[in-house]
Design a protein around this ligand. Structure first.
Ligand code: GCU
Length: 707
């Protein structure tokens, strides 16, 4: 007879909608009984929207996981109570927490603790903190961890933990590969889809507390009353979950919406316009978070149009939102095609001289690397370069340059690599993480943004494993010091199963997947060699157009060498880093090989550390990437019995696409670069079965995310 769980998996399919909040039945019988006892009585006064949300979550989760309906009371009696309250409300809490820890957890943190008589407490200084505590408690149950001696004191290390949706008002999503925008503008404000609530729940469950709901390539219409009504409806739906709404502000909005002759930040009329507009926004949304701004970049208007600095532009908006407690996230992604300077140097050149000139409620939002969300980049030199400015991290969760929503690429290792890089800004140990959480320079305002990969696809992110990237972003925004392994572990257990025989291989597959992607796309520091426009698939031959949007600008391949010389003998981008990082990158011998062609121009017959010539090494790495995708396929195929049919088949098909595309990447890049190196593709690797002309002739139309 087939085991029950086997039948269950194959008969009942899952569509991925429930994310990591599936609340699967607890399997360990001993634990199940203990948990059931433990949560029978819950002391919780659900008299605010956030606490009501906490109660509903507990009811749903405990019924599904433990098969019980707990009793909610307002008094602690006897043993086995789960007490969820603010510190002042109960003696049992006062007696079991110290003033100092309550200070440590701040406004959003929480304490989970076992106390006398097998009672448990979840304590926080705010209702949202309690909700976060409840989610964490449920995560512990979901992972089937034993409760005795539970003692968690946790608080977020950054303040603004925010998703950036590049969603347009017509519901297309720039660089979105999971369907259309979640925001149903047409039916808002009247229709509040349950999905908005599930979105807020998922965010709260990992501590994400903000959402910028509109594209950075902004549309001024969002600031008009018709849309503000709709934004208000979303903000109202999200509020119980501690999720604040932010909007992107188009710098030229005063001209576009009210025909002002200028948008000059020094113009009194312009300032007044923004002041009035902000007042109006707050009349709809009293806890509006503030603005996210892309200015003077890729065609967006900005202070440059009036010969003003980025600080002058940002400060004008900051002054408008300051009386209401709002902030301005001002993006550092500023570069100009007419500038002869190496594109990767431009943001630093622009912002570094402005250090200390931004208002306290401005936070400069810096992409993880100096170019644009490549599979691998060195960290952005503004981290550790701005001592007197609030800086926040911008990671991309959507996989614009990493295979869209068809490639399985777990991004936590990419995030972790960046966060753990030592900038040496204040000596050894000055990691990027410390430059954004306020611990290095004592910045008052801190944060992390993630460009969302979420859309209307039933499973939210297109690829079931794309959910892990949303999850990982949230966890790292909360605590930038967490490790990828730990994050993967949590996610797999909650999203699939706790069975070790599944968790172990899947974790390995996830942890290796980013390096695999780097290998089949851009090994050895290659970058920006994706197809033009939509960025899907290889395009190392892309030329023409504006040079900083071509591939040849970046790889500079010729008959003798390849790579961008950013060393002191080249563009000197290394000069933007502190010592000894600058020196490390400057010398091709000491430069980590994964950044070799990012910083150096290297002859094809240059010997890399393995002893291979650069050309052979490149070929081996491309091939390794393909082989590793095949290994991923084998791993997944061996796990069929642990996964429901629907998710199993879907991931299996997507891995099939990933394998085909990895081959496409390897073959086209090797054939193309071979026209420069004139060296044979080593016999040991699979030879391309198509010509370069074939690959160069591929034209993909109507790609998602590109409009
Ligand atoms: C990339 C991306 C654009 C996006 C831009 C940004 O260049 O391709 O679609 O608008 O980043 O971050 O502003």
């Amino acid at each position: 007879m087939l085991p029950l769980v086997f039948i269950f998996l194959h008969v009942f399919s899952e569509d991925g909608y429930r994310l990591w909040l599936r609340y699967a039945p607890v399997e360990n019988a001993v634990l199940l009984q203990k948990y059931q006892n433990q949560v029978k009585n819950i002391v919780l006064k659900a008299d605010t929207p956030s606490l009501k949300a906490a109660k509903t979550e507990l009811e749903t989760a405990l019924l599904k996981m433990l098969g019980i309906r707990p009793v909610f009371t307002e008094t602690v009696e006897g043993r086995n109570n789960l007490v969820i309250e603010l510190p002042d409300d109960f003696d049992v809490i006062k007696n079991n927490t110290g003033a100092q820890e309550l200070q440590v957890i701040g406004n959003e943190g929480f304490i989970l603790r076992q106390i006398k008589n097998e009672n448990f407490i979840i304590v926080a200084n705010s209702h949202v903190g309690l909700l976060y505590g409840v989610f964490r408690f449920l995560q512990i149950l979901q992972q089937e961890q034993p409760l005795p001696e539970l003692n968690v004191v946790d608080a977020p290390k950054t303040q603004v933990r925010i998703l950036n949706h590049w969603d347009n008002l017509d519901r297309t999503v720039e660089r979105g590969y999971a369907g259309f925008s979640l925001w149903d503008w047409f039916r808002l404000p009247d229709v509040i889809h349950p999905r908005y609530i599930d979105y807020a729940r998922a965010n709260a469950s990992v501590g994400i507390n903000g959402t910028a709901i509109t594209n950075v390539n902004a549309n001024a219409q969002i600031l008009t009353p018709v849309y503000l009504e709709k934004v208000k409806a979303l903000a109202d739906a999200f509020r119980p979950y501690g999720l604040k709404v932010y909007l992107t502000a188009r710098f030229s909005a005063p001209m576009e919406l009210d025909n002002l002759p200028t948008a000059d930040p020094h113009d009194k009329q312009v300032q007044d316009w923004w002041n009035r507009k902000v007042e109006e926004i707050y009349s709809y949304i009293p806890d509006f978070g503030g603005f996210l701004v892309k200015a003077d970049s890729e065609g967006q208007p900005g202070p440059h149009n009036y010969n003003r600095t980025q600080a002058e532009g940002a400060n004008m908006l900051a002054d408008a939102v300051a009386p209401f407690g709002g902030i301005v996230m001002w993006r550092a992604f500023v570069y100009d095609q007419h500038m002869p300077e190496d594109r990767t140097k431009q943001a630093y050149n622009e912002f570094k001289p402005l250090d200390g000139k931004f208002r306290d409620n401005v936070i400069v939002q810096v992409k993880n690397g100096p170019l644009d969300f490549q599979p691998r980049e060195p960290f952005h030199p503004l981290f550790g370069g701005m001592e007197k400015t609030n800086l926040m991290m911008e990671f991309q969760i959507t996989q614009e340059y990493l295979g869209f929503s068809t490639h399985l690429v777990f991004l936590a290792p990419l995030y972790e690599e960046c966060l753990q890089f030592d900038t040496h800004a204040k000596g050894k140990g000055s990691t990027v993480a410390k430059t954004i959480d306020g611990s290095l320079y004592g910045q008052k305002l801190t944060g992390m943004a993630g460009v969302s990969n979420i859309g209307t696809d039933r499973n939210w992110t297109g690829h079931p494993f794309g959910q892990a990237n949303w999850y990982a972003f949230g966890r790292l925004a909360w605590n930038p010091y967490l490790g990828s392994r730990e994050i993967a572990n949590e996610w797999i257990k909650m999203t699939f199963t706790k069975n070790h025989d599944f968790v172990r291989p899947v974790k390995k597959m996830m942890l290796d997947s980013r390096e695999t992607c780097v290998n089949y796309m851009t090994p050895l520091g290659l970058h920006h060699i994706m197809a033009a426009g939509h960025h899907h698939g290889p395009g190392p031959w892309v030329e023409g157009r504006r040079p900083d949007w071509t591939a040849i600008y970046y790889h500079r391949a010729s008959a003798d060498s390849i790579g961008f010389n950013r060393s002191s003998s080249g563009s000197n981008a290394i000069g933007q880093y502190h010592q000894p990082v600058a020196e490390l990158f400057d010398n091709s011998k000491s430069c980590p090989e994964e950044f070799l062609l990012w910083f150096h121009r290297v002859p094809w017959d240059y010997r890399v550390k393995s002893g291979n010539t650069l050309w052979d090494e490149m070929a081996y790495r491309y091939n390794q990437g393909v082989n590793d995708v095949r290994t991923m396929q084998q791993t997944w195929n061996s796990l069929k019995d642990f996964v429901d049919n629907e998710r199993f088949r879907y991931v299996e098909s997507l891995l099939g696409i990933q394998e085909k595309e990895a081959v496409w990447w390897r073959n086209s890049c090797l054939l193309y670069f071979q026209t420069f190196s004139n060296m044979p593709i080593p016999d040991a690797i699979e030879q391309p079965d198509k010509t370069l002309e074939y690959y160069m002739g591929i034209r993909e139309l109507y790609m998602p995310g590109h409009h």
